[in-house]
Design a protein around this ligand. Structure first.
Ligand SMILES: NC(=O)c1ccc[n+]([C@@H]2O[C@H](COP(=O)([O-])OP(=O)(O)OC[C@H]3O[C@@H](n4cnc5c(N)ncnc54)[C@H](O)[C@@H]3O)[C@@H](O)[C@H]2O)c1
Ligand SMILES: O=C(O)C[C@H](O)C(=O)O
Length: 358
């Protein structure tokens, strides 16, 4: 289990250093060069990245963003169907990243072989009226199968899990890898970056901030009240009324549902999620290359007693999540929200563990 370090205990009010990069780092580079888009780091290492669920609503735009990311050298696109077409289409883009499509069970091993990073958006999305937990019945099995294959074909890869319910699918992945004897808690992440992206956007809109300079840590999990934005730790600092804090927190917690309802049966967030997943993937790759990067993510954790998985700020490095930061000082409102989310998050974790061990 990951432990918070001595140094982290002495952190001041903020949970951790500010996320070290901004939306600018995803500006598209026309050549897959050795220069990152922000110009701050070299992207020289060979990196193979696989997307499992690559022909889907998230998978396709995510593949497009990664085809333009200088930290990637090989992109393996896997789905149960339609990946040859997606791969052929993407491969015509004149960046030097090599793209290959894989379809069906018998090609999964080839897709995963030699991967440094595996991103999993495979599974069904919500329709109006559903909770993320309603997806468990279908998505739990899909994640279990795919992570089992990761354990066999790329046991050292970092895994980014997008498939919902993330609060349960991450514990499932951990149990599967434990059973195979290849579990490294530093390398399995639930992607909660969309919660941060949304919080930054909504806060910047409310307060008239430059959105690129806005940073809201979001802790807890990725479903309803388990999503807890820490507005007291946001930058730039601002004064809020109690009503503003409550309204903004509720909007962030319901933002996924806002998109599900707007799409009216045609799925959930795909474009904003692809953006968020590309940002988190790039942060993992930068970390692998030795550049310390800070992101909030859902990981195995000892930050909150009784919750074995929890999202908080982590430091990404060559070995994955090298540090997991404590939540820092909370306001009474945030303390109350944290208490309220514990039973739901605990039950989702336990459900995932039980399924993973079956
Ligand atoms: N973590 C987050 O913040 C976040 C945000 C948005 C969506 N999601 C979740 O991401 C998942 C995917 O959403 P979407 O909109 O891309 O759905 P989608 O239906 O458009 O795409 C899913 C893809 O997964 C593929 N798939 C299904 N079973 C598979 C398997 N066994 N192996 C490989 N591929 C398989 C499907 O063929 C499809 O192409 C959903 O569970 C959704 O709830 C999570
Ligand atoms: O809301 C969903 O079902 C998808 C995703 O988790 C989101 O937050 O947009």
């Amino acid at each position: 289990m990951l432990k918070s370090t001595q140094a982290q205990q002495h952190l001041p009010r903020r949970t951790a250093p500010r996320v070290a990069r901004s939306a600018k780092s995803l500006v598209l580079s026309r050549r897959s060069s050795s220069r990152s888009a922000s110009g701050t780091a070299m992207a020289s290492s060979m990196r193979k990245v696989a997307i499992l669920g690559a022909a889907g609503g998230i998978g396709q735009p995510l593949a497009l963003l990664l085809k333009m990311n200088p930290f990637v050298t090989n992109l393996a696109l896997y789905d149960i169907a339609n990946t040859p077409g997606v791969a052929a289409d993407l491969s015509h883009i004149n960046t030097s990243i090599q793209v290959a499509g894989y379809a069906g069970d018998d090609q999964l091993g080839d897709a995963l072989a030699g991967c440094d990073l595996v991103i999993i958006p495979a599974g069904v999305p919500r329709k109006p009226g559903m909770t993320r937990d309603d997806l468990f019945e279908i998505n739990a099995g899909i994640v279990k199968t795919l992570v089992t294959a990761c354990g066999e074909h790329c046991p050292n890869a970092v895994i980014n899990i997008i498939s919902n319910p993330v609060n349960s699918t991450v514990p499932i992945a951990a149990e599967v890898l434990k059973a195979k004897g290849v579990y490294d808690p530093k390398k399995v992440f639930g992607v909660t970056t969309l919660d941060i992206v949304r919080s930054n956007t909504f806060l910047a809109e409310l307060k008239g901030f430059d959105v690129v300079e806005t940073d809201v840590p979001v802790i807890g999990g990725h479903a309803g009240i388990t999503i807890l934005p820490l507005l007291s730790q946001a930058t730039p600092m601002a004064d809020y009324t109690a009503e503003e804090i409550e309204a903004l927190t509720t909007r962030i917690q319901n933002a996924g549902t806002e998109v599900v309802e707007a799409k009216d049966g045609a799925g959930s967030a795909t474009l904003s999620m692809a953006y968020a997943a590309a940002r988190f993937a790039e942060s993992c790759l930068r970390g692998m290359n030795g550049e310390p990067v800070f992101e909030c993510a859902y990981v195995e954790s000892s930050v909150v007693e009784g919750l074995d998985y929890f999202a908080s700020k982590v430091k990404l490095g060559p070995r994955g999540a090298e540090e997991v930061f404590p939540v820092g000082d909370l306001t009474p409102f945030e303390e109350e929200c944290l208490e309220k989310l514990k039973p739901e998050l605990k039950s989702s974790i336990e459900k995932g563990i039980a399924f993973g061990q079956k």
